[in-house]
Design a protein around this ligand. Sequence first.
Ligand code: SAM
Length: 296
Amino acid sequence: MPTKTPSKFDTINKKLRLKSYFSEPGFILYKADCISILKNKALHGSINMVFADPPYNLSNNGISVHAGKRVSVNKGDWDKSAGVEEDFNFHKQWIGLCKDVLTPAGTIWISGTYHSIYACGFSLQLHKFHLLNDICWYKPNAAPNISARYFAASHETLLWARRSKKVPHYFDYDLMKHGDWADDRLKNPGKQMRSVWAINTPKTEEKKFGKHPTQKPLNLLKRIILASTQEGDIVLDPFTGSSTTGLATYEYNRNFIGIDKEEDFLELSIKRFNEQRRKGRNTIKKKMKGKQTSIN
Ligand SMILES: C[S@@+](CC[C@H](N)C(=O)[O-])C[C@H]1O[C@@H](n2cnc3c(N)ncnc32)[C@H](O)[C@@H]1O
């Protein structure tokens, strides 16, 4: 029997010398503070793309509306603010460590609201990342504002930056332009994809195994993975939550490393992953210029 050569993904995880929380080919979860894992030299220069949805630091006992009811905005202890400066120092630290783990052509995506995104953007600048885009993710079905004292928050910002100004990054321009992005009312078929994306919050179906308080819609992550990574690439999410990033990564034949401190969220990730594995993986056909290719 010929022995199988270990992939770059397997080698990296082996070199990390850490016990994974869950491991399947192409999908690994670690239960840890992301800072400790990002410092591990075995990861250095090996990750093609980081997607990070860090704490928003907005859990301040405020009130919002969900399904017509008044609910607390608190997401959990992990989302409490430690004060503006400490929150900023944390963002600066993990973003700097992400730079170390990226390949020279690697890119990073960071999502956030106004509570956190400016600290993240400034940290990217301090670490000399090269900013490529700030995407406005518009949520057409966002909850109303009950105070009637200011505008109803209905978007999040996604920053996309590359590790180095000098090394070109990967971008699937054709797929973004010619794919059939039927879920997005702002995308004109056959026209360039713009930086405002209209994508609804997660469908009920995406929460059938339980819900994460800040779960991202799968359609948002599919677009990000397809735009900025290639088959076989390694994607790392330091704040994986319910692993929406991991599902999109696995579906499109990339490899995933997810990290979270909370066991409940990792258990939810595993349930979601097992369902995705049953559904199988998916290959987007290249060379589709001028044709519509269904994505969602
Ligand atoms: C905004 S949520 C991510 C949600 C995720 N994008 C999803 O779709 O489910 C942030 C996550 O980061 C985790 N977290 C917070 N601080 C962390 C840290 N220092 N290291 C690892 N995970 C952390 C929280 O437990 C939480 O699940």
